[in-house]
Write a protein of this length. Structure first.
Length: 217
């Protein structure tokens, strides 16, 4: 159909892409291409006629934030919808600043996903309810960045563990690589959360990205 919304899915998990296709492939929507990271998505945009790019954030090669920046400058006609598990305020802020038109979480309903695609395709913005609440809270005077007032330097071991966390290694894998116990890994993780002011592992990854601690994430 002429009015079918043509979609490019970008996510490094094939099962996620397959699931999204079952939600979206019909007369109104058509997934015409898939990519597992940002670099692949940009190459596809050069050859495919895409209306809406749906992208995750944490991906290898090129993450979603860098992808959105590139697409916004090179393919301004393409509308962008972030679809992720990450609900950290800074992450949302970075994606919207990069040029994303919408931001929803992966626990959304099928109807919400479709409505988000329709909205951004029309040039509107669309945020899931939780994301909207986070954005509104960030605008209030009481909202403060979840960071300690004074930066506490990370030890060499904490930096090593943070690097492995960003590379998506499990506690067992980290323990094996560094020849330490799982309990020691957990202790270092607690120290990292306390020193950085982060609430969870996603926050630690965002912290590392903000501080540009590692060149390979």
């Amino acid at each position: 159909m002429e009015d079918t919304i043509k979609i490019l899915l970008t996510d490094d998990h094939i099962m996620i892409r397959q699931g999204l296709k079952t939600f979206l492939d019909n007369d109104e929507f058509k997934v015409v291409a898939e990519a597992q990271h940002g670099i692949e998505a940009i190459e596809l945009l050069k050859t495919e006629n895409i209306d809406v790019l749906i992208t995750d954030i944490m991906m290898p090669e090129m993450n979603g934030i860098e992808l959105v920046k590139n697409v916004s400058s090179q393919f301004p006609q393409v509308k962008i919808l972030a679809l992720t598990m990450l609900n950290e305020r800074q992450n949302i802020k970075n994606m919207l600043a990069a040029g994303a038109h919408g931001y929803i979480l992966k626990d959304c309903t099928q109807d919400e996903l479709r409505e988000a695609v329709r909205s951004v395709n029309k040039g509107k913005t669309f945020y899931s309810k939780e994301v909207t609440n986070i954005i509104m809270e960030s605008l209030t005077p009481q909202a403060k960045p979840n960071r300690v007032a004074v930066e506490i330097p990370l030890t060499k071991r904490e930096t090593e563990i943070l690097h492995l966390i960003c590379k998506e290694h499990s506690n067992i894998e980290i323990a094996e690589k560094l020849f330490i116990s799982n309990r020691t890994v957990e202790a270092h993780k607690r120290n990292l959360l306390e020193k950085t002011g982060c609430k969870n592992i996603a926050g630690l990854v965002i912290y590392a990205l903000e501080k540009k601690l590692f060149s390979d994430i």
